[in-house]
Every structure is written in C-alpha cells, then in structure tokens.
Design a protein around this ligand. Structure first.
Ligand code: PAF
Length: 282
C-alpha cells in the first residue's frame, strides 16, 4: 500500500493510474475506521481498479474545539486495517499541509447546508465542503464514496460537485448498523457502556415513524411526535432535532404523501452527539 502525505505526490500517483486506464475510487475519512468505512471501501473496490482512502481529522468542520480534541485518533490501527483490506493508496496529510500559513479561501455552501446540522453546527458544512474539495483535488478520483448516515453532508457535497463542475461521481453507500440498529460512527467508541446500551433508541424512534408511515400516517407532525415520544422515554437521550424533509431539496415537508422523504435526527448522550436518518419512499 502506498502512503502519501503531500497533495503533489498523491496527485502524481493518481495521474499515473489514470494514464494506465485504471479507474480510481476515493473514500475520504477522518480515521477511527469501523465497518461503515470498510463497507465504503468494499463498494469502491467493487466499482474501481484502484482505491484511495484519506485519513484527516479536519479541524475546520468542528464547531466545538472539545469535540475536535476528543475525536478518536487511531492512525496505526487504521493503517493496518487499510493494508489488510487491500487499499491501494492512503492519503494522510497533516493539518499544516492542508491548511498552510496564509490559507484563507473557504467554500460557503448554500441552502442545502442551512437546516438541521447547519442550525446546530455553524460553519460545519463550510469546513466539510472546503476539505472535500481539497481532497478531491489531491486524489483526482473518478468516483467518491460517502455514507448516507451523513445524509445532509452527502447532499452538500453533491451540490458542490455540480456547482463547481467537478469531474467526479458521488456515490452514496447505505448506513451500516449494529444488530440492535445503532448506526456505526467513530463517535460510538466514546459512549459509556450504559449509553451504548440505550443508544439503539435512535433507530427505534426512526423505525417507529417509518412503520406508522407504511400504515398510512402521512402527517410529518404526527410522525415526528411518534419519534420524539420514544426518545422522551429514554432519560439518557437529549434530542436536538427531529426533522422530515424532501430527500433531494432538503426542504421541510408538512405531509409526505407524494414525495420521497427522509427523517433525520440528532440526539445527545452525555457530551456525545449522534445523528441518523431513515428514508420513507413514496
Ligand atoms: O464524513 C466524514 O468523515 C468527513 O466529514 C469527511 C467527508 C471525511 C470530510 O472531513
């Protein structure tokens, strides 16, 4: 496995692969790799001749410095995982490489970034869009893979790729869950044993809403209150938002009779914030 930490070297390798007619898949990560990342890599390996994984904990997307400091960093274990599963190249730039002194140009996403995460994590998607743009420029992939757990992130990146005429296909990959429904996330490792036991309530709340929808309930207010009641019954859970919106425009929906809708939630357990979502397909 190749390991690059400079954009110039990374790009040169990618150009060589493309010149040899190998297609390139790219999986951007912030490390602490889990089965969700492995699934992204697996899908990329099925689709592409070469797969690049980046590991970079992007300070720019953390609106809370404690969250940034406490974010799990397991670089040696991550490198080992990437080797074992046959990643072709790892890109691990330092903070100073990505944001050298004098760095001042940021991407500001628009309406897609405004609701939900945009309300509670000011500046987050600007940081995500800026770093993903830089990572795409360094890796030059044909396809880039993102998990649907971060549904709004995926929408923001798809929009950026269109708006900036980037020559990459954005490929969504379904959320990987624990047997009890908890979506895999690097932040799960910070849950206490007790918080971990009850964190499956997140998916239970989402599923209850979907079940009600499949049984004919179409009012977003009703569906959201089903989910909130379930979260309300879990003393460890503190709900930040429960929203139902159009899966393409991310506009809030009052009624989900004719449109593809998604319910997204953010729930705190102590000082750990977890997000998840579920699709209602019309
Ligand atoms: O989803 C993530 O892990 C990050 O937001 C990403 C896309 C790697 C950008 O830092």
């Amino acid at each position: 496995m190749k390991n690059f930490d400079q954009p110039h070297d990374m790009r040169e390798w990618s150009r060589l692969q493309s010149a040899s007619h190998f297609s390139i898949g790219f999986v951007p990560t912030m490390g602490a790799l889990h089965d969700g990342h492995k699934r992204l890599i697996e899908v990329a390996q099925q689709d592409c001749d070469r797969v690049i994984v980046s590991i970079f904990v992007n300070a720019l997307q953390f609106n809370n410095s404690q969250d940034y400091e406490k974010y799990p960093r397991l670089i040696d274990a991550d490198i080992q995982i990437c080797k074992e599963i046959g990643v072709d190249a790892l890109y691990t730039p330092s903070h100073a490489t990505v944001y050298p002194p004098g760095f001042e140009t940021h991407i500001t996403p628009g309406a897609t970034a405004a609701p939900m995460e945009g309300v509670f994590r000011e500046g987050h998607f600007g940081g995500v869009a800026t770093v993903v743009n830089k990572l795409l420029n360094a890796t030059l992939p044909d396809r880039a893979y993102f998990g649907t757990k971060d549904f709004q992130q995926l929408a923001v990146i798809k929009r950026m790729v269109i708006d900036f005429d980037l020559n990459v296909a954005v490929v969504p990959v379904a959320t990987v869950r624990q047997p009890d429904g908890l979506a895999l996330s690097s932040r799960n490792t910070r849950l206490t044993a007790q918080q971990r036991d009850v964190a499956c309530v997140i998916y239970r709340g989402l599923e209850a809403a979907r079940t009600a929808y499949l049984q004919g309930e179409q009012s977003s207010a009703e569906l959201m209150s089903i989910t909130k009641d379930i979260y309300g019954s879990c003393p460890e859970a503190r709900v930040e938002y429960v929203e139902i919106f159009d899966s393409t425009t991310l506009c809030t929906l009052q009624n989900i009779s004719k449109r593809n809708a998604v319910m997204a939630v953010a729930v705190w357990f102590g000082d750990i914030r977890l997000i998840d979502n579920i699709e209602f397909t019309a």
